[in-house]
Design a protein around this ligand. Structure first.
Ligand code: FES
Length: 189
């Protein structure tokens, strides 16, 4: 349960040490600097941005550590994190699929791609597959309307995509992930 008050600073050294284990010393230093500048509530969004930039999402332990270090009530921190769409409260997949749902792509069948992606992955927009492989997201316009319908997987752009190509494209990334796993032990030996 979230408390509505900033937590006690009786044992500040311990608070810092715990936050350091969760957030890392770089973020602890940044948050301390924000707190020292005064009005920590106004710094909260900037701090959450930094934390998400480092971890890719805002987990409960990270939010608690921010609340303690910034001396802002935990309920306020989790409230802000869940209110703004730009903050993610769940880890994202290894591959982020961004399907363009802009007008040009929609006219060229982006809705059918959305349906096919959802069926193939077994998830809806905003969700991540159980194996942590794919996150499915939608975008307004990816700036490549002449290639519509378009989807981007991490940094790879796929243009003029048809529903039949979706399993093939997904398979490329599954194989890529497997290959990376196989190459890792070889690189370490
Ligand atoms: S509308 Fe899809 S790239 Fe512009």
């Amino acid at each position: 349960m979230n408390c509505n008050h900033a937590c006690s600073t009786d044992n500040w050294a311990e608070v810092k040490a715990t936050a350091g284990r969760v957030l890392g010393e770089d973020l602890v230093a940044f948050i301390e600097q924000c707190r020292a500048e005064g009005n920590p509530h106004s710094q909260l969004i900037a701090v959450l941005h930094r934390v998400q930039g480092k971890f890719g999402y805002l987990g409960k332990s990270q939010l608690d550590a921010v609340a303690q270090l910034l001396q802002v009530p935990a309920a306020k921190v989790s409230g802000v994190a869940s209110f703004y769409h730009l903050f993610r409260l769940q880890p994202r997949g290894k591959f982020i699929i961004n399907l363009c749902l802009g007008t040009a792509c929609y006219v060229k069948g982006a809705d059918r791609l959305a349906e096919k992606l959802s069926d193939e992955l077994g998830i809806r927009f905003g969700e991540t597959t159980g194996d942590g492989m794919f996150t499915l997201e939608g975008a307004r316009c990816l700036g490549a309307c002449s290639l519509a319908p378009v989807m981007v997987v991490n940094n790879d752009m796929h243009g003029a995509v048809t529903p039949d190509q979706i399993p093939i494209i997904l398979d490329q990334y599954i194989r890529k992930a497997k290959q990376q796993v196989e190459e890792k032990p070889a690189a370490q030996s």
